[in-house]
Design a protein around this ligand. Structure first.
Ligand SMILES: Nc1nc2c(ncn2[C@@H]2O[C@H](COP(=O)(O)OP(=O)(O)OP(=O)(O)O)[C@@H](O)[C@H]2O)c(=O)[nH]1
Ligand SMILES: [Mg+2]
Length: 365
């Protein structure tokens, strides 16, 4: 399945609460630090109103949304990179994910203890980011020593890689994340990726705020501006409320509840969409007969790769794809009309699939 977003943050900030709202998995959440030890993994449907629209124009027995994975990881504390609070184990859990949703406590509640006994979201973020940086620095410094030896003996590749490491070490030593480093050479980019650094993973800040009226309260604002400086996105939500919303199983009732709260979309949906973007994903659709279905690919994937999502045989035996866009369907209101308007194209192996494309594959088995 692959695309995984990890919930990361200090203990007791609401990670499991948000995870439960996302997945209805009923993971343990408690009013004390380190409630979570082993990561909780859950698959989450990606809400996509386009599937409802498609249903109006193309009949099918059912509709199937696409999904992504969230992992609820144990809280990190200061000193995690030195093993504090099982830090090494938890950092290893973070290494497994493709992107990080950094959950920050922006709510005041005297009943919920904070591990540092104060509410200071920007400082909280700094503690976590520092631990990730130290962890990366330590692994890079080990590599640096080995590579320096090889480079001195004249190994060209080692020399090049040592230069990459040096740049990363310099950046991290300034307290900055590895993800801001740019490398021009393809080989350097591949090497950088292979290091799988924690601070190279894309980050989204999730502010767990007091209540929905406080969208831009001072705490959330502090995080928003810090995120902006890093080029990262911020989502604000009320973890506790999101859970209550998700407990309403009837979609109509839920809608009424949201309207009463003055909310257009749940914070959770905004978070899922932001996570999906963060992972660099795009959605294409297959329609008709059995199901109207959304599928996930990496942005800029080509048609055969998209076909491979449905079945490996589709990729191996790929001949062509019939392609039109969701917007064409909305404009012409039926597949037949799209065809008659000349908007249905035949594309080959090199076609780069766009978000919102509707595809029919032709293949040989
Ligand atoms: N007031 C308030 N309390 C919340 C909110 N979200 C979570 N909590 C409470 O905060 C406590 C900790 O929540 P968890 O979801 O277990 O926190 P966690 O980050 O998973 O904690 P660890 O697993 O220990 O790292 C629980 O008592 C929650 O009910 C919120 O939005 N507002
Ligand atoms: Mg937890």
């Amino acid at each position: 399945m692959g695309f995984t977003c990890g919930l990361v943050g200090l203990p007791n900030v609401g990670k499991s609460t948000i995870f439960n709202a996302l997945t209805q998995a009923g993971a343990e959440s408690g009013n004390y630090a380190f409630t979570t030890i082993d990561p909780n993994v859950g698959v989450v449907d990606v809400p996509d109103p386009r599937l409802d629209t498609i249903e109006e124009f193309v009949a099918a027995k059912k509709k199937v949304p696409t999904s992504m994975q969230f992992v609820d990881i144990a809280g990190l504390v200061k000193g995690a990179s030195k093993g504090e609070g099982l830090g090494n184990q938890f950092l290893a859990n973070i290494r497994e994910v493709d992107a990080i949703a950094h959950v920050v406590r922006c709510f005041d509640d005297d009943n919920i203890p904070h591990v540092m006994d104060r509410i200071d979201p920007a400082e909280d973020v700094d503690i976590i980011n520092t631990e990730l940086q130290i962890c990366d620095l330590e692994s890079l410094e080990k590599r640096q020593i080995k590579l320096a030896k090889l480079a001195r003996s004249g190994d060209k590749e080692a020399k090049q890689q040592a230069a990459v490491i040096d740049q990363l070490v310099a950046t991290l030593s300034e307290g900055k994340p590895a993800r801001i480093c740019q490398f021009d050479r393809g080989d350097d980019q591949i090497f950088f990726k292979s290091l799988n650094l924690l601070t190279a993973k894309p980050v989204l800040y999730v502010c767990n705020i007091q209540d929905s009226d406080e969208t831009e309260g001072a705490h959330a604002q502090a995080i928003r501006s810090l995120a902006k400086a890093e080029g990262a996105e911020t989502v604000t939500l009320v973890g506790k409320l999101e859970n209550e919303i998700m407990e309403i199983t009837d979609p109509e009732e839920r809608k009424i509840f949201l309207e009463e709260m003055g909310l257009e979309e749940t914070g959770l949906n905004r978070m899922i969409h932001a996570g999906y973007q963060l992972l660099g994903l795009a959605t294409f659709f297959t329609v008709g007969d059995k199901e109207n279905r959304a599928w996930t690919i990496k942005q800029n994937s080509k048609a055969p790769q998209a076909a491979g999502k449905i079945h490996t045989d589709f990729e191996k035996g790929f001949i062509r794809a019939e392609v039109f866009h969701f917007d064409d369907l909305v404009e012409y209101k039926s597949e037949q009309a799209v065809k008659e308007a000349g908007k249905m194209r035949l594309e080959g192996k090199e076609y780069v699939v766009k978000d919102g494309d509707i595809l029919h594959f032709r293949f040989n088995v």
